[in-house]
Design a protein around this ligand. Sequence first.
Ligand SMILES: Cc1ncc(C[n+]2csc(CCOP(=O)(O)OP(=O)(O)O)c2C)c(N)n1
Ligand SMILES: [Mg+2]
Length: 529
Amino acid sequence: MKSGKTGGHAVVAYLQAYGVDTVFGIPGVHTLDLYRGLAEFGIRHIGVRHEQGAGFMADGYARASGKPGVCCLITGPGLMNAATAIGQAYSDSMPMLVLASVNATDQLGKGRGRLHEITDQNAAIAPLTGFARTIRQAEELPQAMADAYTLFETGRPRPVVLEFPLDFLSAPIEMAPLKTQHSVRPVASAADLDRAASLIDGAERPILLLGGGTVDCATEARTFAEKTGCLVVTTTAGKGVIPDSHPASVGATLVKPATQTLLAEADVVIAVGTELSETDSWVDRLELPGKLIRIDLDRHTLTRDYPPSVGLLADAGPTLSALTERIKQMRDPDLERAAQVRAHNHGNPDPLGRKHMAVLDAIRTALPDEAMLFTDMTQIAYTGNHYFRCEVPRSWFHPNGFGTLGYAMPAAIGAKIACPMRRTAALAGDGGFLFTVQDLGTAVEQRLPIPIIVWNNDALGQIAGDMVARGIPEFGVRPRNPDFLALARAFGADAVRPQSLAGLSEAVQRALSAEGPTLIEVREDSSYL
Ligand SMILES: Cc1ncc(C[n+]2csc(CCOP(=O)(O)OP(=O)(O)O)c2C)c(N)n1
Ligand SMILES: [Mg+2]
């Protein structure tokens, strides 16, 4: 070994060259040489109890910081355990770099029953990624990393899986000088910007619709909205890009009929960084009879399902600014119409919705505007998706597209690790929480002051309701629950069951400055709700 370095070192050297300082994972015999590199380069390693947690943590890390979250996983079961979380990141356009080992080059595809073997690991994971690639020699590494970061930084971000055969990881190599590469995002042509601006100038009832692709351009979006007199709607992923307290905002209410009518009445809709998918509106197709201007970094998303009158393949922030400059006259927004829509959207909740709102209000009171709340697939989060008040982007997080149970707590852990100064909380149902309960171990170990609010109805409540609505008797929707407080304490976490809404706010506040995580159980049948 001339340089004393191996393939594993080269991989980690590249991580460092791209600014990675934290990796989520769990070591195994197949990743020893990667871990040798991680240890030598002093990269922070966050240990998990199950690889799905590593995936969700990397997702939370990315969602909070905008930087790719990185996982280090063993061949076969390690990577497959993280597949669900990789799918969630794919669905919600999160940058994630997954480094996995794979069997030795001369064993690939042979099905000989080698340890951790999948006959074609790359094929098993590829559909959940932007791309998945096998790196057989050191010379392939710079291009693979450059391709990954080009996707993360200039396209619609998706997870990237790089798999490294065991013989590559352990082989001695001559370390070549590291070559990193950063690309620029596409820019709209002046002619297309002019066409879009003239449609907007001619509009009488314009609407700005902001998706998850706009979380880093709150200022540009607001300036554009205020000059054009647009009323503003966001998707769940775009929550907070325009403050919910802004008088022209109707919030993240794409699921609400009054907002859908508002869009149907618009003569121009400017949809930015959104794929307008089923899970954004929960209707098969939004009615958008007016002119549609779309801005997106992804060529396919730009035209899919809702072909635009003008499609701008470009970065959201600079494009909104370029359009703002071209707009000829200031227009006043129809604030009365916005107020009407807001009143319709949040009036007359059903009894369960009322309980959700009371609990969400109590949580909101305890959180500063810039806190981050990670939510799971639970009914209270579905209410919160449109009801919870957000003033800044990257403050409400939900596993939108893939809809994965077990997301909230590990994603909150990853986010808190990415942004330790931002207060961070998780909200999960009793069913969803148990999917990834073991990640409490990581939260305790890392001493993360995260309130984990468990909304407990002792049921897979949404599914029970769906069954009843379809005339199916409840079946398989009342699993026996553990004692959540005892369970949390067994991991070394604090645990409380508040006795009032004020007590809930206090418990959340206390948990935000505790020495470690606190499980806060809120029962749907609490007498105070
Ligand atoms: C991984 C995964 N498995 C199954 C589902 C289907 N599913 C969606 S919501 C839900 C019920 C979750 O129960 P809980 O977390 O207690 O929330 P509640 O609906 O009771 O508020 C189920 C089983 C899913 N979304 N994800
Ligand atoms: Mg439940």
